[in-house]
Design a protein around this ligand. Structure first.
Ligand code: NIG
Ligand code: FE
Length: 417
């Protein structure tokens, strides 16, 4: 039996896209197709049709609407796709926040055993069940804020047992919420203290013990390495990505957050699906990305929160590149997963137009986790993962009114969440 949900009185449907377009780059990023004064119909859980309110009676002639949602002249947008998060973690790290206020840098805190190692210590002593409950709570919160698909990384385990524990939590989350989740194995997030003098030993552990187990239990969709100053070198990253490729795990790597390290180049060499952070991106990195299918992903929350440079997204789009933006939700560098704030930072700090910022957080986010055939735009046949905003005067009002929530309701598979 087919069921139909009607969303009526929409001020503007924004983000309409042809089904063959799987990402947006360069000048195309500034285009966000819209219909004013519109309706949209969902059949079961997918977008069935949309058009002008004046044509509604024609559109519903041969179907029975079982539910009507009055948008009350709010806008309708595709739900955000957050392609980079670390939402499985044990505890917040506000003590490091205070250290940074007093002058210590993110790298200094990490070198002194804080940062990722601090999160690992906390996670290792927490049960799978407790981790699941905490992550589920965060996940519910971000869905309510408009996230309709998400990627989640491991990387706070740093032992065979704890990395597997994290990935099993992500597997449980996949069954617990109605949005799609992609799992990324990030065993190479830091070097555990006991391997500080034996980096090769930990890399061998990842390659010979973690990876085979992760693959055998089918716990990961992607593979990540923190390739950066003070973390994994380009050579180490190369070795790890070669090992992951043997298990058909595509790469999505952390790169160029702390310096011009060659991370972008090594990611592109391995045909990474995305290279993320990119606060340090120059002409060489731009040229390298232009010759690839790799999506550059900026994480403006992290720049805002750590006080480091922003990825030069304006320059990258002007050079013809696609740009994706994600929350990086994690307890160290981005303790917030609200994608609406990412959109505001994109506009105020990265000088993207509201249209570019929406494309960066919807269709390009979907591309970065291989979901753009089903998510990330208003397209017939795609999932009904949608945001209805409060009545707003224009698209620009959404990022302009930063920190406030223009989200009135969120539909996942056509059902109000
Ligand atoms: O994307 N930069 C590396 N990893 C995370 C932060 C991890 C942490 O500080 O806990 C990031 O910013
Ligand atoms: Fe990250």
């Amino acid at each position: 039996m087919k069921t139909y949900t009607l969303i009526s009185n929409i001020k503007s449907i924004v983000g309409i896209l042809d089904k063959n377009i799987l990402l947006k780059k360069g000048a195309e990023m500034g285009v966000l197709n819209a219909i004013e004064n519109a309706y949209l119909i969902i059949e079961n859980n997918c977008i069935f049709g949309f058009g002008k309110m004046e044509d509604l009676s024609n559109a519903v002639q041969n179907i029975t609407i079982s539910k009507e949602i009055n948008a009350n002249y709010g806008m309708l947008l595709p739900a955000f796709v957050d392609s980079h998060t670390h939402i499985v973690f044990a505890k917040w790290r506000e003590e490091e926040f205070e250290m940074r206020i007093k002058g210590k840098s993110y790298e200094q805190i990490a070198t002194a055993g804080g940062g990722i190692l601090n999160s690992a210590k906390k996670l290792q002593s927490m049960s799978e069940d407790e981790l699941f409950i905490k992550a589920l709570e965060r996940l519910h919160q971000v869905i309510k804020q408009g996230t309709g698909a998400i990627e989640i990384k491991s990387g706070y385990g740093l032992t065979v047992a704890d990395e597997l524990k994290m990935l099993r939590v992500i597997a449980q989350l996949k069954n617990a919420v109605p949005i799609p989740i992609k799992a990324t194995f990030l065993g190479a997030h830091a070097f555990p203290t006991e391997f500080k003098q034996n980096r090769k030993g930990y890399i061998d552990l990842i390659i010979n013990e973690m990876l085979p187990n992760v693959a055998q239990e089918n716990l990961a969709d992607y593979f990540d390495v923190f390739c950066d100053q003070g973390f994994y070198t380009v050579e180490e990253t190369d070795m790890l990505l070669n090992a992951a490729a043997k298990y058909n795990l595509k790469a999505k790597i952390h790169a160029n957050e702390l310096g011009y390290t060659g991370g972008v180049q090594i990611g592109v060499k391995h045909k990474a699906l995305s290279v993320d952070h990119l606060e340090y991106t120059g002409q060489e990195e731009i040229d390298c990305l232009l010759n690839s299918n790799t999506m550059p992903v900026g994480l403006p929350n992290c720049s805002f929160f750590l006080g480091i440079p922003y990825m030069p997204a304006r320059k990258m789009i002007d050079a013809g590149l696609p740009v994706c933006l994600a929350s990086d939700y994690n307890p160290g560098s981005s303790p917030n997963g609200r994608m609406g704030f990412v959109v505001s930072l994109a506009c105020t700090q990265m000088k993207l137009t509201p249209e570019e910022a929406i494309n960066a957080t919807t269709i390009n986010g979907a591309y970065a986790i291989e979901l753009s055939e089903t998510h990330g735009s208003i397209t017939i046949g795609k999932k009904g993962n949608l945001i209805i905003t409060k009545p707003v005067s224009s698209l620009a009002f959404i990022p302009y009114n930063f920190g406030n929530d223009c989200v009135e309701s969120v539909l996942i598979n056509g059902i109000e969440f």
